[in-house]
Design a protein around this ligand. Structure first.
Ligand code: URA
Length: 212
């Protein structure tokens, strides 16, 4: 709708006593919500036995950027939301630093249930959960993927190379450019990695700004 017509329409609504407008949920959001509900009782791998909440993913279903982590930790298992613990707080700050508020991205993990004691998810667990992530990517259709951490990078890109190799090379997943940086939990453990992580994020931002 042209801006002038939109302004007139809003003025008309205001004069009619309408004070609030609700944006209808996008069909992508509805689809993702339905799938989350459908999969919440998943028993495809042993991780379900320790599950409190199935952590499907959340965010803007039309996001240009999808952030992909490893799997839920304790706080995520309790809340059902990805990246809400200490690592999540740092992830939020990392995103803000590149002008990308959390509300503007979609966030998901390789596995949707917490591995006991925060161990790495095993190959069979990652494999069992992968169709859920592939489906999320196909629905959201992000333009760029930001993969955080070695486990997520190796799982998604199907190799056993180092984090450095992943950071230094170009990747694609399902035809979408994929960038790898440190997991925020690793940055909390080793602050020396914050500088190279910042360089990764700046390079990512530069590519993001090139998008139409
Ligand atoms: N670490 C992850 O990889 N994902 C989360 O959701 C939380 C911590």
């Amino acid at each position: 709708m042209p801006q002038n017509a939109l302004r007139q329409y809003l003025e008309y609504l205001k004069n009619s006593g309408i004070k609030e407008l609700y944006r209808p949920e996008s069909s992508k959001t509805i689809t993702l919500d339905k799938l989350q509900e459908k999969y919440a009782d998943c028993t495809l791998c042993p991780l379900h036995t320790g599950r409190i909440r199935f952590v499907y993913g959340e965010g803007d279903s039309d996001a240009k950027v999808m952030v992909i982590g490893e799997g839920p930790g304790e706080q995520e298992n309790l809340s059902g939301r990805p990246f809400v613990g200490k690592a999540g707080n740092l992830l939020d700050k990392m995103l803000i630093a590149i002008n990308l508020p959390r509300k503007d991205v979609y966030i998901a993990n390789i596995v949707k249930c917490r591995p006991p004691g925060n161990r790495n998810p095993e190959a069979a667990e990652r494999l069992a959960c992968m169709p859920y992530l592939v489906e999320q990517i196909q629905i959201v259709q992000p333009k760029m993927l930001l993969i955080v951490g070695l486990v997520a990078a190796q799982s998604l890109l199907g190799n056993t190379n180092t984090l450095q190799w992943h950071r230094e090379n170009k990747h694609e997943f399902l035809g979408i450019p994929a960038y790898v940086t440190y997991h925020p939990a690793a940055l909390l453990r080793n602050p020396n990695w914050k500088r190279p992580a910042w360089e990764d994020l700046q390079a990512f931002q530069k590519e993001l700004e090139k998008l139409p």
